[in-house]
Design a protein around this ligand. Structure first.
Ligand SMILES: Nc1ncnc2c1ncn2[C@@H]1O[C@H](COP(=O)(O)OP(=O)(O)OP(=O)(O)O)[C@@H](O)[C@H]1O
Length: 226
């Protein structure tokens, strides 16, 4: 599913935190995004994830603009379920009461209208996702407070992949990882793109972006022609 942000802006607390920005991530492409701290990369990802509405501009999925009037909650949920998001700060995002197994399978439980996480029902997918993310099975019963930042980051990446998204948005996916695990994560992102997923990766690790991405863009370049 292709993702296009067309001259999107975001105002928060009366201030423009994202100036007009245009970005295109075609289906099957892995696009890297670099930006200085505070330039608006997290804001851009939250717009692309349909977690916030742009103040102006349009978001276009597979050529179809997302309505600027809030679509019904059901349509919005259906669209969001096609978009996997790895947040920048895993520690503040993860629910401290859920085990890694519950965290990873929570989107599957939500999709199936379960009121509680049910990792045993999704055991096969859980083990497959953990394997892809190089997470030992023995960690899956632990709480976020009982694992390292890098292990939690990999669990949240597994969560982002759990619904087989058609768009994947990753905010600093390897900030807490060693070089070997970083390479493994980028290989997973590469494989997702090769399977037709549109992948956007924001990272300060420019050398990994250059090594694995089809294209690396600076946020400032996306704002020049608007
Ligand atoms: N709720 C808010 N209200 C007002 N300003 C905000 C709010 N959230 C973020 N900002 C401001 O918006 C700008 C962009 O924030 P954003 O989090 O998108 O930056 P970023 O590029 O992801 O930065 P970093 O790499 O440091 O995480 C920053 O200057 C920030 O201070």
């Amino acid at each position: 599913m292709s993702l296009k942000l067309e001259s999107v802006t975001l105002n928060l607390a009366g201030r423009q935190v994202l100036p007009p920005t245009t970005l295109n991530v075609p289906a099957g492409r892995l696009v890297g995004l670099t930006a200085p701290s505070g330039a608006g990369k997290t804001s851009l990802i939250s717009l692309a994830a349909l977690l916030q509405r742009p103040t102006s501009g349009r978001i276009i999925l597979d050529g179809v603009p997302v309505p600027s009037e809030l679509p019904t909650a059901r349509i919005l949920v259906a669209l969001r379920q096609q978009i996997g998001v790895l947040p920048q700060n895993p520690r503040s995002f993860a629910d401290p009461r859920l085990t890694l197994a519950e965290t990873i399978t929570a989107p599957l439980a939500f999709r199936d209208h379960r009121s509680r996480p049910a990792p045993l029902r999704y055991q096969e997918q859980l083990l497959d996702l953990a394997r892809q993310m190089r997470l030992p099975e023995s960690l899956l019963s632990r709480l976020p407070s009982q694992v390292s930042d890098g292990q939690l980051q990999r669990a949240l990446m597994a969560r982002a992949l759990s619904l087989s998204p058609r768009i994947l948005l990753c905010d600093e996916p390897t900030s807490a990882l060693d070089p070997t695990t970083t390479a493994a994560i980028f290989q997973v992102l590469r494989a997702a793109a090769d399977n037709g997923v549109s992948v956007l990766v924001a990272s300060h690790d420019r050398s990994s972006l250059v090594q694995y991405c089809d294209k690396v863009v600076a946020l400032s370049e996306l704002q020049l022609n608007n």
